[in-house]
Design a protein around this ligand. Structure first.
Ligand SMILES: Nc1ncnc2c1ncn2[C@@H]1O[C@H](COP(=O)(O)OP(=O)(O)OP(=O)(O)O)[C@@H](O)[C@H]1O
Ligand SMILES: [Mg+2]
Length: 234
């Protein structure tokens, strides 16, 4: 049996701004299996980042249930949520979010520097840089790297703790087409290696490289496509 790494029921996220209430997310049911590669598409404001922030435990649901790796998120303490984020989830952002004054290798290993690890952190950092083709950029600062290289570096950083799930919010949004293909090749390889990947994008070409595409509109799932063009449901 395939096990769900993420499952959600009646997931709602509301924002109240004075009198106005915005329902940013309203999803009856969501199941993401181990080894899935999901792209999320939808117009600006449709709830893509809201959904990713909730799945990445960066933000909380207003209502409903979310289970990640068999743990019900609302039953977890702040400390347990931090641990879940640190150990299970790797995040990749549109704007890379690299630290400008740190070298490539330092950016990669930084998330784990405060913690004891059972492995040599620097060796692991070098291995990850190699896996994204940056073995000759170890000492470069982000400003000395191209956009595509910076995003590959950010992906290497997201892998430092061997997360179960990689969450990427428009990872190719700031990149030229050529670099977009590099990034999607890396995601495809990571997915083949067993990582579960959830990626929001505005780019249909990138979206089609995932196994399934979820379409959002006004916070709701309006369609899920398997990317051999077979439609599951509307
Ligand atoms: N902190 C907030 N306070 C109030 N409303 C918010 C907040 N964050 C998001 N929203 C609203 O929630 C809705 C969903 O926003 P979200 O950022 O998830 O959209 P998106 O699909 O990621 O859009 P984009 O493609 O522009 O990144 C929007 O209507 C937005 O205005
Ligand atoms: Mg967004």
């Amino acid at each position: 049996m395939v096990s769900s790494v993420i499952s959600g029921e009646n997931m709602k996220k509301k924002y109240s701004l004075g009198e106005v209430e915005v329902i940013a997310l309203d999803i009856d049911s969501l199941k993401i299996e181990k080894g899935d590669f999901i792209s999320i598409m939808g117009p600006s404001g449709s709830g893509k980042s809201t959904l990713l922030n909730i799945l990445g435990c960066e933000d909380e649901l207003t209502d409903g249930e979310l289970t990640i790796d068999s743990k019900s998120v609302k039953d977890l303490s702040k400390k347990e949520i931090n641990k879940l984020r640190r150990e299970d989830i790797g995040y990749v952002f549109q704007s890379f979010n690299l630290l400008a004054h740190l070298s490539a290798i330092e950016n990669v290993i930084l998330p784990l520097i405060p913690y004891k690890t059972s492995f040599n952190l620097r060796n692991r950092g070098e291995e990850l840089l190699r896996s994204v083709g940056l073995e000759n950029r170890t000492k470069h600062l982000p400003s000395q790297m191209s956009g595509g290289e910076q995003q590959r570096l950010a992906i290497a950083r997201s892998l430092i703790n061997s997360p179960k799930i990689i969450i990427a919010d428009e990872p190719t949004g700031n990149l030229d087409t050529k670099f977009r293909d590099d990034i999607m090749n890396i995601f495809e390889k990571l997915n083949n290696d067993g990582y579960t990947i959830i990626m929001a994008t505005h780019d249909m070409e990138a979206a089609k490289r995932a196994k399934k595409t979820i379409y959002l509109r006004d916070g709701k799932i309006i369609k899920v496509e398997v990317n051999n063009n077979a439609e599951l449901y509307i």
